[in-house]
Every structure is written in structure tokens, then in C-alpha cells.
Design a protein around this ligand. Structure first.
Ligand SMILES: [Zn+2]
Length: 58
């Protein structure tokens, strides 16, 4: 399993529909979309990473 270079937390890499790799938190959560659909998914890691500022600057 991969680890975040910024905060050392375990992450997973998900492929987006555009073929890009996106780092996400390992936990799967259930959310309701704005359309009322219930879906399961991961939180993008940059949303929770305390070191996310560093990614943007790169
Ligand atoms: Zn991180």
C-alpha cells in the first residue's frame, strides 16, 4: 500500500475517468450526492492531508 509523502498516512491510488491517478484516503465512506443518490467512495487525500499545501506548490 502506498503512503503519502506529505503526512505518511496510508493512501490508495484511484484512476479517474480521464486516466489520471488520484490519491485517496483508504477508508470507504457512504455519501449522498447533491442529486440524492447514495454512493460509496473515498475521500480525495488532498482534502484531508495536513500537508496538502505542499502538493499544490509543486
Ligand atoms: Zn498526506
Amino acid at each position: 500500500m502506498a503512503k503519502c509523502r506529505g503526512c505518511d498516512k496510508e493512501i490508495e491510488w484511484i484512476k479517474t475517468p480521464t486516466g489520471k491517478a488520484m490519491p485517496v484516503d483508504v477508508e470507504v465512506i457512504t455519501i449522498v450526492t447533491l442529486k440524492g443518490e447514495v454512493v460509496k467512495g473515498h475521500i480525495p487525500h488532498w482534502a484531508t492531508c495536513p500537508a496538502a499545501q505542499r502538493f499544490k506548490r509543486k
